[in-house]
Each structure stands twice: as structure tokens, then as C-alpha cells.
Ligand binder design. Sequence first.
Ligand code: ZN
Length: 447
Amino acid sequence: MLMQLCDILRGHGARWGYLKRMAEFHGGAEALTMRRLAAMLRHAGRTVPFYRDRIPPSFAEEDAYHILHGLPLVSRRDINGARESFVSSEPGQHVRETPTGGTSGVPLWVLQDKDYVDWGAAGRHLFFSWLGWRPGDQILRVWGDHAALRRERASLRDRLAARVCRVRTVNGLLLSEENLREYIAVLHRVRAQFLEGYVHGLHRIALEMLKSGIRPPSSLRAVISTAGNLTPDIEDDLRRAFGVVIANRYGCREAADIAASCPEGRLHVNPFTHYVEILDDRGRLAPKGEGRIVLTLLTNRTMPLIRYDIGDVGDLKERTVCPCGRDWQTFRRVHGREASLLYRADGTIIDPVLFFPFMRILFRLLPVERYQVVQEDYHRFTFRAVLKDGATAEGPETDRGLDEIRQAVRMELGDDVEIAFDFPEEIPFAPSGKYFYALSKVAPPQS
Ligand SMILES: [Zn+2]
């Protein structure tokens, strides 16, 4: 297979072995996770300063869950405040630094290694395979494509990778009626078997198809929604438009894909890569009902994330065997981060995800604690950021950096766009208690 061969040549052959292990595994998830958790805790206790005095040097595998539940919760702020103490003295290979936390409003940089990347890729292949995917099937992805907004051509390497993996990407960051019609045409032209994308992009495509009475290509087998809240209403619109299985996938940049829909439509947590706890307001395990999602990553020995408060809310089912045969942890519901959609005067929808790269420039420039993008009117945006104690946004270097952000935004959204920066002491939460990382003060234009 071409895909496997390319991965082997790139030094990522391990992922296919991991995929095989995952695909052949069904029952005994709790014991599997316990073994992997014990190994990660021992590694962290031995090599990660934060855990050195918190995890005993030796313990029985059966005690892994008990030891885990006694460890402190870790937030983005905790990690940002003492990052080095969360890094292992025995890192994995090919470590890279990944900026995350776009949708939470709180920036975070994590170190991730090759093994983490390979487990993550294996997990994604596994989730796709539940929907009938085989290497070589055509995927159309509605994704963030900043190069397209800047009218730059993708690199040769990216174009080759897209060919080999049979992934065609269209830009989901700006959704005009013209774009939507084009994407529907591409869906037919490439005879996609799978359509994957940000929930808002998929939803708009679905609404356009319903409005114009266009049917999906007969090749289509499943639609996979990621990065956003797949509400029952949206799911219903997707089902009416596409008439195929609608799957959900839950993940984030700092922890890869956590859970995905099985063929029975249940959202299973991958027991090889993640362990999920649901905690109530007082930080106690909540056996029933909704609570904060706290995550332990069973991969990435370079910077273990243990009892990491991801900032989402969810609800786990009692552990039983699903009709699909898996006794894996299963979410009843997941509520991700909140954002309102932004609009241009011509009705084009701007997915707030578009602003993440600009925010990352800001994070490099200033010690940002929390941020929010506010759309004041169709052409004016304010980037609000709370800075850490004592920091100010002054000086020629900061001015140059902020100007760089303005220029970068204009390259993607047009020269008439104005960007203001505001550095308040606090950014208020919405009256509902939710935090919106993107907020629009304008109404969608009437078409
Ligand atoms: Zn299942």
C-alpha cells in the first residue's frame, strides 16, 4: 500500500502496527488502560519534576487508578506557570512544540514527540475504519486552509501527501455562497467517500444542498464532524442533506483525537491513548451527570498530560459493552468551547478558527493569559487579551508585532479590515457562565 510505504519512508511506520493493535482489540478496555496508565505514571514519577514527589517510585499495576485519582488537577495556567517542571528528562524522539488552546481562550504550548504523533494517526485511522474507510478511499476535508486565503500554493510535499493519502482539502474558514457551491461541486467531482470537517462548514454545505435540492454523490458513505458542537439540530440537517452515517469526533490539539462515534453511533474514548474522568464543581469524581472533562494522555512521554482540565464539559455513560462489542469509556454528551460565528457584509461566514494563527503571533509577542476576538462591525475586529501580572503592551517591538498581525489578517480578510487591540484587566464571561473566545456584535446580513 502506498500510504504505508510513505509512512515507513518518513519514519512513521510504527503507526500501522499501532492501528493493527487497536483494530484487533475489543474487550478489556479498563485493564488495558490501567496497564498503560501505570506505565505512564511510573515514567512521570521518575522523570517529570512535577510528579517526582507525588507518584511513588514503585506500585502495583492495580493501584494505577487509585494513584491517579490522588494527583492534583492540572490546568493550562498551572502548566504555563511552571512549564519546565512538566517536561520529562527522558523525552521521546523528534520533539516538536505545538501551540494549542485556541478555542479555550487560554494559550498553551506543549511538547509532543513522534510516538505521540504515531499513536494519534493510528487512532484517527481506526476511527475512520469504523465507518468503512480503507487506505485509498477518497476523503474531502472542509478545513482551515490559510494558504488558500493568501492565494499561496501548497508546498510540493503537502500536495504529494494529499495525493498519497487521497485527501482533498477545501477551505472552511470563509464560507460564502459561491464557496459552498464550489465545495458541493468538488464533492461530486472527486467522488468522495468521506466528507470530514468543522461542524459549521459541514452544516452550511448541508443547508445549501437542501436549499438547492442537490443530492450527494452516490459514492458518499459517511460525514464526520469535528471541532465544534454537533448539536441534534445540526446532526439532523446533515442527515437530511447527505443521507449517510453522521459521525462525531472529539479531540483537541494538545491531546489529538480523544473519542469518536462507533458504527452504533456511540462516542467511544480510545483506551490506548486516553483516560477520561468527569468531575463535579468541587473536583470530586462525578459518577453520574455532567461535569468537567479531565483527561489523562496515555501517550507522549515527553510532556505527560495527567489529570489535565481540558476546559470542556461532558457526561460519561456507565461502562457497559456497546452493541459494537467495545467496553470502552463512552461519552453521552460533550460540550466543547463556545464561539459565535462572524460575518462579512456579503453574508460570508467567518469561522472563528481563522483567527488562531494570528493569536499565536500575539502569544509569542506578549504573555497572554486569556483572549477573545470581538467583531464590532463587518470590517472591524478587536483582539482583546488579558496580560499576565505586570506585563504591558508597549514598546517598539510590540508595536511592530501588532502591526504584523494587522497585515497578516488583511492578507486573508481584505485590505478594508481594521484590527484594534485592547488589553483589559479581565474579559467577562457570558451571562450563561460560558466563555466565548469569539464574539460577534453584528447580526448575520439578510440575504
Ligand atoms: Zn460502540
